[in-house]
Design a protein around this ligand. Structure first.
Ligand code: CA
Length: 233
């Protein structure tokens, strides 16, 4: 059986579609294209794609409504590819259930890297059976025993730091929004919420980053959230 992945592009700009289509085909993907939201949802239902690349500004629908509609019935990876550079649009798309975000103009290298992250999530199967030991360069997280080892030395985290680390590491390569962090780590939202995340993250960085002023493991996506590096092969 072929493991060629099928990618559905929902994009109204024919030039961008052609550019992505050409380059993805040379990388051995099967590519389908839809030029509006309704066509995109129809193609999603009929063609059973593996990954969706979605523009937010479409002639007939807002991309965020498409994400919500698809999320009602499917966990398919959705990568938003949009010219909207405002943080609230990125956050809106991610909170609606998009897996990641690339802002136009983008390089094909950047897009391909993001698609490979999506593919890795596909091949890992159901998130209900996550790996118990995660490796990221010199950092190793044993989730069964709750042990974190950095460069051969065990690191001690507070329960909140551990929950935050695990959330980011389980979503390695993808951006996790402030709202998602609050929901998963704190389970509530209050006026100090943003500050709490910053404080907890700063202290986590001091413990796991070799140089916390130039973070290697956790990158800040300004105004949106944080992204953990991809796991070691
Ligand atoms: Ca558009």
């Amino acid at each position: 059986m072929s493991d060629q992945k099928k990618i559905l592009i929902i994009e109204d700009d024919p030039k961008i579609t052609a550019f992505m289509q050409l380059s993805l085909k040379t990388q051995d993907y099967t590519v389908l294209a839809a030029k509006c939201g309704k066509e995109g949802i129809l193609a999603f239902c009929n063609e059973n794609p593996d990954i969706i690349l979605l523009d937010l500004g479409l002639p007939d629908m807002d991309g965020i409504d498409i994400i919500k509609e698809i999320r009602n019935i499917s966990d398919i990876p959705i990568l938003v590819v949009s010219a909207r550079e405002f943080d609230k649009d990125k956050i809106g798309a991610l909170d609606a259930g998009a897996n990641d975000y690339v802002t136009k103009p983008f390089s094909m290298g950047e897009l391909s890297a993001r698609i490979r992250v999506m593919e890795r999530y596909l091949s890992q199967g159901a998130p209900s059976r996550p790996q118990s030991v995660l490796h990221f360069d010199a950092l190793c997280i044993d989730t069964d025993r709750r042990i974190i080892v950095q460069n051969g030395k065990e690191i001690h985290l507070t329960p909140l730091e551990y929950k935050l680390l695990l959330l980011l590491a389980r979503n390695a390569g993808k951006v996790v929004t402030h709202n998602q962090i609050l929901k998963e780590v704190w389970g509530y939202q209050d006026s100090d919420a943003a500050r709490n995340i910053r404080v907890c993250l700063a202290s986590l960085r001091r413990k796991i980053e070799p140089d916390s002023s130039h973070p290697h493991y956790i990158t800040t996506e300004i105004g949106v959230g944080y992204r953990f590096i991809e796991p070691s092969k």
